[in-house]
Design a protein around this ligand. Structure first.
Ligand code: B12
Ligand code: SF4
Ligand code: SF4
Length: 379
């Protein structure tokens, strides 16, 4: 019997085991199977989350709610969700950079290649294999589709949703990227995981912006990850000091989780930190123009937010760094073409200069400022 026909007959006998084996071969670290249903409690929670406006300006979360809460509304033949996790556990302590005020902290997942790209490729390879060997239909998703990925992952038994709402795994702690394959195969859930948070509250207490109204509930519009990555406007003053040097995303509530002591360091070279994205100097980042920003962040998820939003975040880090010597390097940004950049340049100046120096600067720049929001920062 040829290798292929041996494999096909094994697959026909036990599709779930064959899928798991193939997924591990394709460098997924963990695999689980969930029915293509979202339990009622989570359907209701999703609606409440949106009704309470916890999604902020992410209006796309209101689209296709019926697809998020019911996979068969998206695809009526869907019977199972195969949930796949990729371990991106860091080798170094994830929060170490927060101690270096003159450096920017980019969250662990964004220190090299964009995970969407390499995970999508792997999902497609697995899906193709399933079509060829199991004769089934498939659809693949990672992050951006109207899919409740953490809920599906918890239902598949690869982990549980912790009090920080993240999917926590006993083998990989907080460090799993998630991807899914919907299929018309009826695959039985063969794993189950309890909630192991117990009396721990570490993730809730560490949050710099107090983004958890209660355990298991995140008000995303207070979350630094939302503010630095998703939010297009001027970041409200109350969040700026707590942001510290977090210029892209935030890992505090996931890095603090005690279950990370069981996590393994990733072997995934796509996410090995690029040295220049690990602890870049804020002053150097502030000088990036559009072309150099694109060059430095080529292939990285950071590129998605564009230069202006990124420099907005960097200037908040600079306003928090306490190093007055940076003032010279950010002065040109008071005349930047983006009002978001100018506004945070003014705020950073206000934090770094003494009162008289700031007043002198105001005299020089304020009258030429055309934007009402930036004027508010001067005043
Ligand atoms: C929107 C989004 C965000 C938003 C909102 C986060 C959130 N918790 O929803 C923001 C921008 C803040 C964000 C941040 C991050 N994200 Co994000 N994000 C998503 C996305 C696209 C959708 C999540 C979603 O549907 N949220 C809606 C809410 C309703 O769902 P939920 O958080 O699971 O809420 C449940 C609980 O709150 C619970 N609940 C229990 N009791 C109660 C009571 C009440 C009253 C309510 C309202 C709810 C509730 O029920 C809800 C529904 O099941 C997913 C990808 C996807 N398509 O799923 C990635 C995803 C969740 N993100 C991911 C990551 C890695 C991050 C960050 C770590 C990135 C970073 N380093 O900055 C942070 C982590 C912040 C955190 N503590 O969650 C990973 C998580 C992997 C994992 N192991 O869990 C995902 C799965 C992407 C991926 N494919 O890997 N993210
Ligand atoms: S990612 Fe950071 S800001 Fe967002 S909830 Fe967690 S600790 Fe708070
Ligand atoms: S830090 Fe504690 S409460 Fe938060 S997810 Fe981890 S175990 Fe649960």
């Amino acid at each position: 019997m040829s290798k292929k026909s041996k494999q096909s007959s094994a697959s026909l006998l036990d599709p779930a085991s064959a899928i798991r084996e193939k997924a591990l071969e394709l460098k997924f670290n963990t695999v689980g199977f969930s029915p293509a249903k979202i339990n009622e409690k989570n359907q209701k929670n999703l609606r409440t989350f949106l009704d309470l406006g916890y999604h902020g300006d992410m209006a796309w979360m209101e689209n296709r709610i019926e697809w998020r809460e019911d996979p068969t509304a998206m695809w009526e033949d869907a019977k199972s969700i195969i949930v796949l996790g990729v371990n991106y556990g860091p080798a170094e302590p994830a929060l170490a950079n927060l101690d270096f005020d003159d450096r920017g902290n980019i969250s662990v997942y964004a220190r090299n290649k964009d995970y969407h790209d390499f995970i999508k490729k792997r999902l497609k390879a697995l899906a193709r294999w399933m079509v060829e060997n199991l004769g089934c239909q498939v659809k693949v998703f990672v992050d951006t589709a109207p899919v409740l990925e953490k809920v599906a992952a918890a239902q598949s038994g690869i982990g549980w949703q912790g009090k920080n709402t993240h999917l926590v795994s006993r083998e990989y702690g907080s460090w799993l990227f998630l991807g899914e394959i919907y299929t018309d195969l009826d695959l039985k859930t063969d794993r189950h995981e309890e909630d192991h948070c117990g009396s721990c509250n570490k993730c809730l207490s560490i949050c710099p912006t107090d983004a958890f109204p209660s355990p298991y509930v995140l008000d995303a519009k207070r979350c630094i990850s939302y503010l630095t990555i998703e939010y297009h406007g001027h970041i409200a003053e109350e969040f700026r000091a707590p942001m510290g040097n977090r210029i892209y995303g935030c890992d505090d509530c996931i890095a603090i989780c005690p279950w990370n002591k069981f996590a393994e360091v990733t072997t995934e070279e796509h996410v090995f930190p690029r040295i220049e994205l690990t602890a870049p100097r804020l002053a150097d980042l502030a000088e990036l123009d559009d072309a150099t920003f694109r060059q430095v962040f080529s292939g990285s998820p950071v590129k998605r937010i564009g230069r202006d939003r990124f420099i907005r975040n960097v200037l908040i880090g600079i306003g928090n760094c306490g190093d007055k010597s940076i003032v010279k390097r950010i002065t040109p940004l008071l005349k930047d073409s983006s009002p978001y950049v100018r506004a945070m340049a003014v705020w950073a100046m206000k934090r770094l200069l003494d009162k008289q120096e700031f007043e002198d600067l105001k005299l020089e720049y304020k009258d030429d400022e055309p934007d009402a929001d930036v004027l508010v920062e001067w005043l």
